[in-house]
Design a protein. Structure first.
Ligand SMILES: [Zn+2]
Length: 257
């Protein structure tokens, strides 16, 4: 299996000719890598982890350009339908569901959204970047009430004949679930807290992955997002888990699992 990271939480998995796309988004930060609409629109199966705008806002545009079906929670389905997406393009998922397509089996597991900490919120609001990126901020404020997470974050276990990946779109887990362990790769979004270097490690310990791949660490929707220092994170990670490989991907790079 191969994967490609496009920035933010946008990830594509590929096995042979078959592709799955997760949370496709075009960064508001135009200084960053801009994914191609044509490449997104080629994929037939789009999965959404949760309904926040940086995971969902561009999906109607991608659906209009291609023939994809989108798989998502009920609240996400409602948001998409408000944006004019026909119901026959949407499959509503619940935890426990399983989708088979081509070489992939995708198991749906109940997830949980990260809780933004107060220091993170303070650093974001009391920052000159609010002035620099005021147009972005106004745009995000305008859409924030529409793009609700609503307690319906999903995480996905993706299996092929010989590989096993767990994909997180937000870094948190409800306590009442049994999670897969020892996956070949665990995808972790690194965004949304000021203490990520300490906060993340118990999740790695719990899930015991063979490899961790980071995503969502880039400043794709300033002033709300920020660039996370992956070098500092890597240092701490290697101290805690010397036996686990850590991958910090580059935009558009193909990573083999
Ligand atoms: Zn979110």
């Amino acid at each position: 299996m191969e994967l490609k990271w496009f920035g933010t939480a946008s990830v594509m998995y590929q096995e042979g000719e078959d592709k799955l796309l997760f949370d496709p988004f075009f960064p508001l930060n135009k200084k960053l890598y801009q994914p191609s609409l044509a490449e997104y629109a080629e994929v037939k199966h789009i999965f959404i982890t949760h309904g926040h705008f940086d995971h969902l806002i561009d999906v109607p545009k991608i659906l209009a350009k291609g023939q994809a079906t989108v798989y998502c929670s009920e609240i996400v389905a409602n948001t998409l339908q408000q944006d004019g997406v026909e119901s026959d393009r949407i499959v509503i998922l619940n935890p426990g569901d399983s989708i088979e397509t081509g070489p992939f089996t995708i198991n749906v597991i109940k997830g949980r959204h990260i809780v933004f900490d107060k220091w993170m919120l303070f650093k974001t609001i009391c920052n000159y970047r609010m002035l620099v990126y005021h147009a972005n901020f106004r745009k995000m404020l305008k859409v924030s009430s529409k793009f609700q997470e609503g307690g319906q974050t999903l995480l996905y276990q993706i299996k092929t004949k010989d590989k096993h990946v767990v994909h997180l779109g937000s870094l948190n887990l409800p306590e009442d679930q049994v999670y897969p362990k020892n996956m070949d790769m665990l995808l972790i979004p690194l965004q949304g807290r000021s203490d990520l270097n300490d906060y993340t490690m118990p999740y790695i310990k719990l899930l015991e992955p063979k490899t961790v791949l980071l995503h969502h660490f880039d400043d794709s929707f300033p002033p709300v997002s920020s660039t996370v220092d992956t070098k500092e994170f890597s240092k701490k990670f290697k101290e805690c888990f010397p036996e686990i490989e850590l991958i910090v991907p580059r935009y558009g790079e193909v990573v083999t699992i």
